[in-house]
Design a protein around this ligand. Structure first.
Ligand SMILES: Cc1cc2nc3c(=O)[nH]c(=O)nc-3n(C[C@H](O)[C@H](O)[C@H](O)COP(=O)(O)OP(=O)(O)OC[C@H]3O[C@@H](n4cnc5c(N)ncnc54)[C@H](O)[C@@H]3O)c2cc1C
Length: 405
C-alpha cells in the first residue's frame, strides 16, 4: 500500500509530491498523470512569468505564497541548473484613470514589501524605446522561466527519492474505505492511505469521483497568444503589462519575453469550448454540457457581458487584439502577430456566479483536492506544495492508526 497517491502531474501536484516526501521521508508515493509526460496542461501552456506578487490583497494567502514562491522558484532553478532571468516588469499606464490606479498599485506593492519604482513618461521611453505611456511602475524582481523544466526537475526528485510517476494513467474511479483509498485508471490501480488531487482543469470531476458534492464548476477560459517574429525579439527588455482593472485583474494583454529568447503577446481571456482543446475552434460536447447546465456559469456570463464581448471580438478579429497592445507598443503591426499555442485557465465558478480567485481545497476523510489553483500558482507552486503537505499531515493525524483501522 502507498502512503500517498497524488493525482495530477502539473507543477502543483509535483511540488506537493516533493513536499510530502520531505515531510514523510521514506514514504511510499505515486504520482498518477493521464498524459504521456508531466506539465502538459496549464503548467506547460502559460506565460512563464515568475510573478513578484504586487497585485494581491495585502495579508492574503495569495500575496504571501506568491512572494515566497518567487524566491523559492529562483532558488530551486539555481540549485537545479534551470535557466531563469530576473528581467523585471513594467506596468504601463496609458490613460489618466490608469495613472490613478498605478498609484494604488504602488501603495499596495509597498505594503506587500515588494520593491517597485515609479517612472515618468520620459524615463519610461528612455528605458524601453518602443514603449509609450503616461508613466509606469517598474518591478525589478519579476522573472521568467520555463515551468516545464521546473516540472521535469520535480519529477526527477520524486523518482530519486523512491517515488513513482505513473504516466498515461487517466484516473476514472476513486473508492474510499475506512482504511484506504483505491485510485483506478482503466485496468491499473493504486491503493494508498491518502490521496491528494491536483487535477487542474479536471479538478471538479476528480473531486466528484471521490464523492465530494461540489458547489463549484471548472469553466475553461482560453488565453490566446501570438508570437513576435525573431526579428522583433528585441522590441522590449523587460515584460510589459497594462495597469489592471481592479474588477477584472486577470484581463490585459502583455508583452512577455520568454526564456527561449522569443517574445509573446497575450493572453486574452475567452470562454473555452473544450477544457483541453488548445487549437482554435476546439469543441468538446461533454465540457460544454457541463458548464451549460451549471447556473453559476450563466450568472458569470450576464455579469461580464461587456468585457466578455470585447475579449471575444479581439479573439476573432486580430486587428482588435493588435490595438490592445498598440496602446503601449505602437510600432507593432499585424504582420508581427504570428500564431502561438493557447493556454487554458481552469477557473472555478461558484453556483452563485462568483469567480473564485483564491485557492480552494476540499476534502474527505482520506482525500484532499486542490480545486482551484489560479495564476500565479506556477510561481507559488513550491510553497503551495508545502501547505498541501501540511494539510495532508493534519489529515493523517485524524486517521485511525493502521492497526486499529
Ligand atoms: C494562459 C495562462 C497563463 C498563465 N501564466 C502564468 C504565469 O506566467 N505565471 C504563473 O505563476 N502562473 C501562470 N498561470 C497559472 C499557472 O499556469 C497555473 O496556475 C498552474 O500551472 C496550475 O498548475 P496545476 O498543477 O494545478 O494544473 P495543471 O498544470 O493543469 O496540471 C493538472 C494535471 O492533472 C492531470 N490530470 C487531470 N485529470 C486527470 C486524471 N483524471 N487522471 C490523471 N491526471 C489528471 C492533467 O493531465 C495535468 O497534468 C497561467 C495559466 C494560464 C492558463
Amino acid at each position: 500500500m502507498y502512503d500517498f497517491c497524488v493525482i495530477g502531474g502539473g507543477i502543483v501536484g509535483l511540488a506537493t509530491a516533493v513536499s510530502l516526501l520531505d515531510a514523510f521521508p521514506g514514504g511510499e508515493l505515486v504520482v498518477v498523470e493521464k498524459e504521456a509526460g508531466v506539465g502538459r496542461h496549464q503548467t506547460g501552456h502559460n506565460s512563464g512569468v515568475i510573478h513578484a506578487g504586487i497585485y494581491y490583497e495585502p495579508g492574503s494567502l495569495k500575496a504571501r505564497l506568491c512572494k515566497e514562491g518567487a524566491a523559492a522558484t529562483k532558488a530551486f532553478c539555481t540549485e537545479h541548473g534551470i535557466a531563469f532571468e530576473t528581467c523585471g516588469k513594467l506596468l504601463v499606464a496609458t490613460t489618466p484613470l490608469e495613472l490613478a490606479r498605478m498609484g494604488d498599485l504602488q501603495a499596495r506593492a509597498a505594503v506587500n514589501g515588494i520593491e517597485c519604482e515609479r517612472l515618468d513618461a520620459a524615463e519610461l521611453v528612455r528605458r524601453e524605446r518602443n514603449i509609450t505611456g503616461l508613466g509606469a511602475l517598474f518591478v525589478p524582481s519579476t522573472g521568467i522561466v520555463d515551468y516545464r523544466q521546473v516540472c521535469a526537475a520535480l519529477q526527477q526528485i520524486v523518482v530519486d527519492r523512491g517515488g513513482e510517476v505513473a504516466l498515461d494513467a487517466k484516473v476514472d474511479r476513486i473508492g474510499e474505505t475506512g482504511s484506504w483509498v483505491e485510485v483506478r485508471a482503466g485496468e491499473r490501480s493504486w491503493i494508498a492511505r491518502q490521496v491528494v488531487a491536483c487535477a487542474g482543469l479536471q479538478a471538479d470531476r476528480i473531486a466528484r469521483l471521490a464523492g465530494i458534492d461540489t458547489d463549484f464548476q471548472i469553466v475553461p477560459f482560453r488565453g490566446e497568444y501570438y508570437r513576435l517574429p525573431p526579428s522583433r525579439s528585441d522590441v522590449v527588455r523587460s515584460l510589459i503589462y497594462p495597469i489592471p482593472d481592479p474588477d477584472l485583474p486577470f484581463l490585459g494583454i502583455h508583452l512577455t519575453r520568454m526564456i527561449d529568447g522569443s517574445v509573446t503577446v497575450g493572453p486574452n481571456a475567452v470562454l473555452g469550448f473544450a477544457r483541453e482543446g488548445y487549437r482554435k475552434g476546439s469543441v468538446n460536447g461533454r465540457d460544454i454540457a457541463t458548464f451549460a447546465r451549471f447556473p453559476g456559469f450563466w450568472k458569470v456570463i450576464r455579469r461580464n457581458l461587456r468585457s466578455g464581448a470585447r475579449e471575444m471580438r479581439n479573439s476573432l478579429w486580430r486587428k482588435g487584439y493588435l490595438e490592445e497592445c498598440r496602446r503601449y507598443c505602437p510600432s507593432l503591426t499585424l504582420a508581427d502577430l504570428l500564431p502561438y499555442e493557447a493556454g487554458i485557465r481552469a477557473q472555478a465558478v461558484r453556483r452563485d456566479g462568483t469567480l473564485e480567485h483564491d485557492f480552494l481545497v476540499a476534502d474527505t476523510a482520506r482525500t484532499l483536492h486542490v480545486c482551484n489553483a489560479p495564476s500565479p500558482a506556477a510561481t507559488s507552486a513550491l510553497p503551495i506544495g508545502g501547505m498541501i503537505a501540511e494539510r495532508a499531515a493534519e489529515q493523517r493525524r485524524r486517521l485511525p492508526t493502521p492497526s486499529t483501522a
